[in-house]
Design a protein around this ligand. Structure first.
Ligand code: BT5
Length: 262
């Protein structure tokens, strides 16, 4: 797909500038550059292949050619940094869940803060990055990677959590560009609701492992163990610890894992 064809495919959506790259380091890096240059809001960077795709804390996100979706949308949210970054991460994950559930009838869930799972395997990840102008947020870059075809899934030795693809969980083949359009539509539908309680409720309702025992792992710190209660207003995880206290967990360089009850 070239840029013109992609633009035509997405014509009904109120996007800004749209570009398709056969190969790119990272759509988020390009998106940050675009945002710094002042592109119109809702501009979209799409890559067929990423050579330096990244996750949180500069982890590697693999996007081989021809089999996955990697894209970044430039958004101008409000100025509340904590709310915008965490809620936009929720927005990306929720939009992918919306589409997988409603269009493809898949039991998609959000592994807080930024992963989309189907049957406990990850098939999409979200990375939101912020572009500042002085003390103000100029833009946020909402990056989403989705494993579509079966061979988009990295080999297990490169992963610290089990992974899958849309085609694998569906048992049939999905049109990547149709899926892109559906996810963008879901993002655009939810975006005006970002500050509302209803958005938070929907995000919370789609959390994986809710009410189940989980661990929050951080390098160099004792893990927190407890039950997922839900989210607070800022999108922090509410965890009920074994002593009955509730702890708020802010997203960051952490890993959430279900505690094996066997
Ligand atoms: C994420 O980080 O899951 C966020 C991924 C965001 C990727 C998109 S693609 C478009 C945009 N441009 C970018 O450069 N990034 C965004 P995190 O939760 O930190 O997970 C990273 C971990 O996921 C890695 O350490 C691997 O273990 C695993 N991983 C890497 N590639 C994967 C894949 N294709 N499918 C499933 N897991 C993967």
């Amino acid at each position: 797909m070239d840029t013109i064809t992609l633009q035509e495919h997405l014509l009904e959506l109120p996007l800004g500038q749209v570009a398709f790259f056969p190969v790119l380091g990272s759509t988020n890096t390009e998106g940050i550059r675009w945002a710094e240059e002042g592109v119109p809001k809702l501009s979209l960077v799409v890559a067929d292949e990423q050579t330096t795709g990244r996750g949180r804390s500069d982890r590697i996100w693999q996007t081989p050619p021809g089999v996955a979706l990697a894209f970044s949308l430039i958004i101008r949210p409000g100025q509340n940094m904590a709310i915008s970054t965490s809620r936009l991460t929720g927005l990306g994950a929720l939009a992918v869940c919306d589409v997988l559930q409603s269009v493809y009838k898949l039991p998609a869930k959000i592994k807080w803060p930024n992963d989309v799972l189907v049957r406990d395997s990850k098939l999409a990840g979200v990375l939101v990055e912020t572009v500042w102008q002085g003390n103000e947020i100029l833009s946020s870059v909402l990056g989403i990677g989705i494993n579509v075809a079966r061979n988009s899934v990295p080999s297990q030795e490169d992963l610290d959590f089990s992974a899958t693809s849309v085609d694998a969980v569906l048992g049939s083949t999905v049109d990547r560009w149709m899926l892109l359009k559906e996810v963008l539509e879901a993002i655009l539908t939810r975006l005006p609701q970002l500050d509302q309680d209803g958005f938070l409720e929907d995000w919370e309702a789609n959390l994986a492992f809710r009410g189940k025992p989980v661990q929050i792992l951080r390098d160099g710190a004792e893990p927190d163990q407890g039950q997922i209660q839900g989210l607070n207003h800022e999108g922090f995880l509410r965890l009920r610890l074994s002593n009955g206290e509730e702890k708020l967990v802010q997203s960051g360089d952490l890993k959430l894992r279900q505690v094996d009850r066997t």
